[in-house]
Structures are given as structure tokens and as C-alpha cells.
Design a protein around this ligand. Structure first.
Ligand SMILES: Cc1cc2nc3c(=O)[nH]c(=O)nc-3n(C[C@H](O)[C@H](O)[C@H](O)COP(=O)(O)OP(=O)(O)OC[C@H]3O[C@@H](n4cnc5c(N)ncnc54)[C@H](O)[C@@H]3O)c2cc1C
Length: 296
């Protein structure tokens, strides 16, 4: 294959006929192959010399990989290869899962979202992934095809570190499913970046809230934070405050401070750790207040 871009190394593009064949190939070529989805992370990482795969394995053509299906009894299933723009524009996503559409629409540019997928965003396991928080608070579950067959992986146990997940050699995520959200829920994603387009988040705050008679406060809030820990971070102490105490501005403040205290951000080119911490408090407070106004 000719090297079209001077920075992009040569690789072979493999298009297996079946999922088992794809899993076998990936497992046999561990460390030198990966599933190829939108390629928006993969091509950049290969161009920049961080990934040196010899094979990119096409998986988008398998049945169901690009479908988006809503079942009023079971919830939403999104094929792993459905581009973000299709997800965000889908009428059932907009109606029943607007938080997911909001998160997808915050990623880079319209052009990039024509290629980028939510599952690719999740499998890439960047702590800054914009759709990961919504997928966590909406209880997303991945369907995975591996060398030993099919299994599911809930997102809450999926991330092990930056770029590291529980996926094993040969694993291909085929879809992500979200159960029906609780009645009366509302959500908000706030992304703070250095500019409005095409930048990863300095901090990303996802909040989902709903009435829940089993919580002392009568409400349950789920929070996920991006770019403030090695993996997408769930500030459980903040969630507990909101479940225990009657919701008020002071309690929202207390929860936002608990979120700030729990996260462990780093200094990098996009922000200092201190600024990230302060922004976690401010933006968590803002997102909680917005959600609270809708569900109370
Ligand atoms: C200019 C630019 C701007 C960007 N801005 C943002 C942004 O604002 N917010 C943000 O969150 N991200 C951003 N990104 C990162 C990227 O676009 C997202 O992470 C995107 O969602 C990745 O999806 P993809 O389908 O392109 O994945 P790919 O690049 O194809 O794959 C990414 C990784 O996941 C693995 N993978 C993908 N699908 C599967 C699967 N089905 N099964 C198993 N493994 C799989 C791949 O093998 C690879 O290791 C940006 C990237 C660029 C180039």
C-alpha cells in the first residue's frame, strides 16, 4: 500500500466476512491490530506514531452495527458503528435520551461527528471522552463479541485507566444499550473547553436526576466527571449528599464541593489541576441547579 500521508505508516486493511473471523484475527494479532470504527482517534494516533498497528480490522459492515433501535419496553440500542450525528439526530434519542444527544453534539465538529462513534469514544477510554459520562449515568451496557462468544459489559466496571478497558484481545463491541430512564428524569452535560470547537474538555460534567421514593431526599442524582481523574469519575460522596438531604441551594453547594474534593485532576496543556478542581465545583453546581429546576 502506498503511504499517502508522510506521517501515516503503512498498514493492511482487513475486512473479515464474519464476526467470529474478525475476533479470531484480532486475537491472533494481539498488539498489532485493532478494530477500525470511525478512525478519528486511530488514524491520528497512528499518524503521530503512538500506535503502530500493522492491521486495521473493519467491523462496521456486520449486521446491526449501524442500527439505532428504541423499544418502549426495553430501551435504546445503538449499533457500535452508528456515527454520532445519526445518534444525535435520531427522533427516539432526541425524545427519550436528550442527554445523549447533547453529549454527542458537544464532540468536536459536525464533520468529525459524521465519522466518530459513541462506542469508539468509549473504547478509546480517554478520561476526556464527551459521551462517556452520559453513557455511564444512563446505565449503558456494551454487547461484546469475543473469541469465546457474546457477553455484556456494564460501563460502570469498564474503565481501568487512560486508554485501558476490560476488553480482551479479540473483543469487538457490537452495540451499546441503555435501559429506559426513570420517570420524570432530566439531565445536563456541561463541557468546558479552550474553545467552542474541536477541543477536548478541560472539565466535563454530566448530571442526571429523577424523583426516587427510596432516597431520603426523594430524589436521586447521578454525576459523572470527565478530565479530572485517570478514568471517567463518579463522585459518589456528592451523589450521597443529594440522596440524603432535602435538596436546597445549600445542599447543591455541598454536593458540588464534595465533587471537587473527590476528583484528582492533573496539570496539562489544557489546564492546571487547580483550575480543573474549581471548575468541577462551579459546573457541577450549575448542572445540578439546572436539573433540579426541571425535576422538582
Ligand atoms: C480533531 C479532533 C477533535 C476531537 N474532539 C473530540 C471531542 O471534542 N470530544 C471527544 O470526546 N473526543 C474528541 N476526539 C476524539 C475522537 O473523535 C472520539 O474519541 C471518537 O468518538 C472516537 O470514535 P471513532 O469511531 O472514530 O473511534 P476509532 O478511532 O475508530 O477507535 C478508537 C479506539 O477504540 C477502539 N474501538 C473502536 N470501536 C471499537 C469496537 N466496536 N470494539 C472494540 N474496540 C473498538 C479502536 O480499536 C481504537 O482503539 C477528537 C478527535 C479529533 C481528531
Amino acid at each position: 500500500m502506498n503511504n499517502a500521508h508522510p506521517g501515516l505508516p503503512e498498514f493492511d486493511y482487513i475486512k473479515p466476512a464474519t464476526l467470529p473471523e474478525a475476533s479470531q484475527f484480532l486475537a491472533q494479532h494481539t498488539g498489532e491490530s485493532r478494530p477500525f470504527m470511525g478512525g478519528t482517534d486511530t488514524i491520528v494516533r497512528m499518524r503521530d506514531g503512538f500506535w503502530k498497528d500493522k492491521y486495521l480490522v473493519e467491523v462496521k459492515h456486520f449486521e446491526g452495527m449501524t442500527s439505532i433501535h428504541f423499544d418502549p419496553a426495553k430501551g435504546l440500542t445503538i449499533g457500535a458503528a452508528a456515527p454520532m450525528n445519526q445518534v444525535a439526530a435520531h427522533p427516539d434519542v432526541r425524545k427519550y435520551y436528550p442527554l445523549l444527544a447533547e453529549a454527542a453534539n458537544s464532540v468536536a465538529s459536525y464533520q468529525l461527528r459524521n465519522r466518530a462513534t459513541i462506542v469508539g469514544n468509549i473504547c478509546n477510554a480517554s478520561p476526556a471522552g464527551d459521551t462517556t459520562g452520559a453513557s455511564i449515568v444512563l446505565d449503558g451496557v456494551l454487547s461484546v463479541h469475543g473469541v469465546n462468544g457474546v457477553r455484556t459489559e456494564p460501563l460502570k466496571n469498564f474503565f481501568l485507566g487512560p486508554g485501558k478497558t476490560v476488553l480482551k484481545p479479540g473483543d469487538i463491541v457490537t452495540s451499546i444499550s441503555y435501559p429506559l430512564p426513570a420517570d420524570g428524569w432530566a439531565g445536563k452535560y456541561i463541557k468546558l473547553g479552550r474553545n467552542a470547537l474541536s477541543d477536548l474538555s478541560i472539565v466535563g460534567v454530566t448530571v442526571l436526576g429523577y424523583p426516587d421514593a427510596t432516597a431520603k431526599s426523594g430524589f436521586r442524582f447521578r454525576i459523572a466527571l470527565a478530565s479530572v481523574a485517570p478514568v471517567p469519575f463518579i463522585p459518589t460522596a456528592a451523589e450521597a449528599v443529594l440522596a440524603e438531604k432535602p435538596i436546597s441551594d445549600a445542599v447543591i453547594d455541598e454536593a458540588a464541593t464534595a465533587a471537587m474534593d473527590a476528583c484528582t485532576p492533573i496539570d496539562d496543556v489544557r489546564s492546571s489541576a487547580r483550575y480543573r478542581k474549581l471548575m468541577v465545583r462551579n459546573l457541577t453546581r450549575k448542572a445540578l441547579a439546572e436539573v433540579w429546576a426541571k425535576i422538582k
